[in-house]
Write a protein that binds this ligand. Structure first.
Ligand SMILES: *Cc1c(COP(=O)(O)O)cnc(C)c1O
Length: 442
């Protein structure tokens, strides 16, 4: 049997096992966990894999081999990746497809990573019944929080605390975040997503706090979310390889860079993926870097594609680890910025001309596709959320609201609440310590 793969931090600290990397979220030095090296697989390895869960089990096996979760991997995949991620032809353009990632319980692609991580954590905790309550902190730009909450709601031994930027998520996203109750609490932060992310990272790095209250995170910085996201890129690229005999070229709506990084890693692992384009909103940190500027995080700008309102994309550290030299990295990806006016125009045009309704995030990628020459290359736009989550954007443009998928409708029917908190690390720490006292009394 081969040695298990080890994981180390993008900032140098090593070496963690898969189990440690998954349960810790962030590495002890504040970096993000990466494998020692990305495994490579041949396309033939996927000959018998059809469903998303089957593809994931083959793809992730080298990461799990030798770990205590290895035997459970097929079951983890089957139970967490149990919804469709269909690749649909776009119709109006030859060889163009939409990869719909919003058929999970909370109607955004975040369900893939959140459910997979939850299935791993649940198994790890089951093995350690005497452990104290584990608190999962989640900073969300809108969709992650609900996906993690849905995946961990009423899970014994786990508490979920969601931080979201107050007033910067769509009303339906806010409702989803606050509707769970039980072991899930929502905090609305008087700040931006980057503030939420900074607060979570500060708590994870606070050993004094951790001694009183074991913490983990479920952000896209968590390896347990990033790894399964490679699966839909693998499945889609294999389908295109089988029909067209060529590589698939992806356009990915991008914010914190978790989704697109999964596509990059899938390509590094040997899947038939050609070009990868990052479609960003008016937050230009990544487009500026890929245009040749030194990497510099920007202040976050609020846009219609709010789940991509990120000025300091966390996963850039992992991208840098993958391609350490700027010249090399800039050759791997392209990126562009799409403003709100163009998002509105793209949504309206596709709805009117083609009867296709896209969410504002997906619209950024659709705009990029619309502006590419019609060269017949297979191209895939990643559709990251169901348009019904953003009816306050779509309704004024289209004059109607998209139909709400069943699970989302059920969440909107429940009541919702969230507690206000300042965009400040010490406020969050105090809140968590106060909560700990109350939990121990309960
Ligand atoms: C999170 C999210 C994105 C951005 O994904 P990243 O992994 O942060 O780049 C895009 N669209 C939607 C709908 C999202 O929820």
């Amino acid at each position: 049997m081969s040695e298990p793969l080890l994981f180390h931090s993008t900032r140098g600290a090593g070496s963690a096992t898969l189990e440690q990397a998954i349960s810790a979220g962030l590495a002890p030095d504040g970096g993000l966990y990466v494998p020692e090296a990305l495994p490579r697989l041949s396309i033939d390895a996927f000959a018998d894999a059809g469903t998303l869960a089957e593809v994931a089990a083959v793809l992730l096996q080298p990461f799990f081999a030798g770990s205590s979760l290895a035997g459970a991997l097929p079951a983890i995949c089957a139970e967490s990746l149990s919804f469709d991620t269909p690749l649909k032809p776009l119709g109006q353009r030859a060889n163009a497809y939409v990869l719909e990632l919003f058929h999970g319980p909370t109607a955004a692609f975040k369900d893939v990573g959140a459910r997979f991580l939850a299935a791993c954590l649940a198994r790890q905790l089951r093995g350690e019944s005497s452990q104290p309550l584990l608190t999962i902190l989640v900073a969300t730009s809108g969709d992650t929080g609900a996906a993690v909450a849905a995946a961990l709601h009423q899970q014994p031994g786990i508490q979920v605390v969601i931080l979201y930027p107050d007033g910067r998520v769509s009303p339906r996203q806010a409702h989803q975040l606050g509707c769970f109750g039980d072991n899930v609490q929502a905090l609305r932060v008087d700040g931006t997503f980057d503030d939420c992310q900074r607060m979570v990272k500060a708590m994870l790095g606070d050993t004094e706090l951790q001694a009183q209250r074991p913490l983990s995170s479920a952000n896209s910085i968590s390896l347990g979310r990033l790894l399964p996201q490679m699966s839909y890129y693998a499945q889609a690229s294999l389908a295109i390889w089988r029909t067209h005999g060529t590589e698939a070229n992806f356009i990915v709506p991008t914010g914190n860079l978790g989704n697109a990084l999964a596509c990059v890693w899938a390509r590094e692992m040997g899947l038939p993926i050609g070009s990868i384009h990052l479609a960003c909103n008016a937050n230009t940190t990544l487009p500026d870097y890929f245009a040749g500027a030194d990497y510099a995080a920007h202040r976050t700008i609020a846009t219609l594609a709010n789940a991509m309102d990120v000025g300091a994309p966390s996963n850039f550290e992992r991208l840098r680890w993958t391609f350490p030299y700027d010249n090399e990295l800039r050759g791997q990806l392209t990126a562009s910025s799409v403003n709100d006016a163009t998002i509105r125009e793209t949504i309206t045009r596709h709805a009117k001309a083609h009867d296709n309704v896209f969410c504002p995030h997906t619209a950024t990628a659709m705009h990029v596709l619309d502006n590419l020459p019609d060269d017949g290359l297979p191209r895939v736009v990643t559709a990251t959320a169901h348009p019904a989550k953003f009816e306050t954007v779509l309704e004024p443009l289209l004059g109607f609201s998209p139909d709400v998928p069943g699970p989302l409708a059920a969440m909107l029917y429940r009541s919702a609440s969230a507690e206000a908190i300042a965009a400040d690390e010490s406020a969050l720490k105090e809140w968590l310590l106060r909560e700990t006292v109350e939990l121990s009394r309960a």
